[in-house]
Design a protein. Structure first.
Length: 487
């Protein structure tokens, strides 16, 4: 006679249902972060707190159909996510459930969602540029592979566009991307998906969706799930990119959860552990040591400001824990300068050491020159006369402004950036009319590929501006202007 196998699991019963929070009796040996399952259906929740009487559970499902007295049992100690290549090109929920109508994702390998970040000895310094395809970033605010670069600004200033351009620019580079949508409208996510699909970027991008209609638990979990997917590719020795759009709504959701759980509110009603909430997330990015494969994971967290105030509580917290910030100014946006990046308030703490020699060479003095130009513009409102030196700086600033402006979903190749800014350093664009500058930019790469393809390959291979390459570029600029009648 065989004795049937059985398993002993802790269980508890629902004592109280708050908006998005379940309070359970029982579960004497529960631990923080433990995953519970509602008996009878595939519905899960996570332990977020407990006292001597009740256990607070954050459900990953709507609580509308839940009744008092229903039983929940321990499913597993911690939440683990199946990870793998099959997520690329798919849209899934924070629980890994497909939302695109396609087959269920089946992966054998799993990783813990709340993963401990690599220690200092498991990392190595950041030395390589992560090409965004955005001219103003690659030249003045370079992002490195493994960096955490915050994007912040008011609503409707182009924050998501910068992240999408960066994803689109990874086409053909073998960099898997993860785009995490938190708390936004489903209609806006549809616009993002349309851009990714039309550009072909969806093929190497996994989309984690926790929109406004999702449960609080899913919105809380989404960024950690996105980071876990990025870690899978990093641990395989590759480079990955993770975009969080946006963490302001994630902080709002956690504040709501904490208040419902009865935690003491602090500044702006946020709980005391709000700093830890995001710091444990962003510290997971970086570049692993060669011993661990040398992979990297780059983070682009997005946060929203109110009327340009970057000193908000959660915003300033995030600024302090990232490696720089890209600040988008609503005034610049309304003036038509796109992307509306404020050079004065934006910074990359990694600096130009990660730029290839050619890009580093042509980027010298750009930031200072642009800031001097903006100061001159302010002075021009008070003065009518200018010195010859000021007039020259104005012409140079106008040419630089034209170069830095860029359309949405139109990333620029690194070779084109090098050629374009080398032309600027040789004052080619200053002598052209405003229409001529635009025509020069539009025709440059096409002309170079048709007439001097070997020069383009040479710049790609060497990533340096040798005297020979400089002479060839200067000659090509003259030929381009003559043949295309650019004046």
């Amino acid at each position: 006679m065989t004795i049937p196998l059985f398993e002993v699991k802790d269980s508890g019963r629902i004592k109280e249902i708050k908006e998005g929070i379940l309070l359970l009796e029982g579960l004497p040996t529960c631990i923080y972060g433990q995953i519970l399952k509602l008996v009878g259906i595939e519905a899960y929740g996570m332990v977020l707190g407990f006292d001597e009487r009740l256990v607070s559970v954050l459900p990953f499902f709507p609580t509308a159909g839940v009744d008092l007295g229903q039983e929940m049992i321990v499913d597993r100690e911690f939440f683990r996510l199946p990870v793998g290549e099959s997520y690329l090109g798919r849209i899934v929920s924070a629980l890994g459930i497909p939302m695109d109508g396609k087959a269920k994702i089946k992966e054998k390998e799993t990783l813990p969602v709340f993963y401990e970040a690599p220690g200092v000895m498991e990392r190595q310094p950041l030395t390589d540029l992560f090409p965004t395809g955005i001219k103003i970033l690659d030249t003045m605010i370079p992002v490195g592979k493994g960096q955490r670069e915050l994007i912040l600004g008011d609503r409707q200033t182009g924050k998501t566009a910068i992240a999408l351009d960066t994803i689109i620019n990874q086409k053909g580079r073998g960099v898997p991307c993860v785009y995490c949508w938190i708390g936004g409208a489903a209609a806006n996510l549809a616009k993002v998906l349309k851009i990714l699909t039309e550009s072909g970027a969806i093929e190497y991008t996994a989309v984690i969706s926790a929109d406004a209609s999702s449960s609080m638990g899913e919105q809380y979990l989404a960024p950690y799930v996105a980071a876990t997917l990025g870690e899978y590719f990093m641990q395989k020795g590759g480079d990955s990119l993770v975009v969080f759009d946006d963490l302001t709504k994630h902080a709002w959701m956690y504040r709501q959860i904490s208040l419902l759980m009865g935690r003491a509110p602090g500044r702006e009603a946020y709980p005391g552990d709000i700093f830890y909430l995001h710091s444990q997330l962003v510290e997971r990015s970086g570049r692993l040591s060669e011993k661990l494969g040398g992979g990297s994971m780059t983070f682009l967290p997005i946060m929203e400001t109110l009327q340009g105030d970057i000193t908000g509580y959660v915003q300033s917290n995030m600024v302090s824990m990232t490696d720089g910030q890209i600040y988008l100014n609503s005034e610049l946006f309304n003036e038509g300068f796109r992307p509306a990046i404020d050079i004065g308030l934006s910074v990359s703490r990694i600096g130009g050491k990660i730029q290839p020699p050619a890009l580093k060479e042509v980027s010298k003095g750009l930031r200072l020159g642009y800031l001097q130009y903006t100061e001159l513009l302010r002075l021009m409102r008070l003065r009518t006369k200018m010195s010859d030196e000021a007039k020259e700086k104005m012409r140079r600033g106008e040419a630089l402004t034209t170069m830095l402006m860029q359309g949405v979903a139109k990333p620029v190749e690194l070779v084109e950036e090098v050629m374009l800014f080398f032309a600027f350093s040789k004052k080619v664009l200053e002598i052209l009319s405003p229409e001529g500058r635009i025509k020069f930019q539009n025709e440059l790469m096409k002309y170079a590929l048709e007439n001097t393809p070997e020069l383009v390959e040479k710049i790609k291979e060497k990533c340096d501006l040798t005297p020979e390459i400089q002479a060839e570029l200067t000659s090509m600029f003259g030929d381009l202007c003559r043949e295309k009648e650019i004046f």
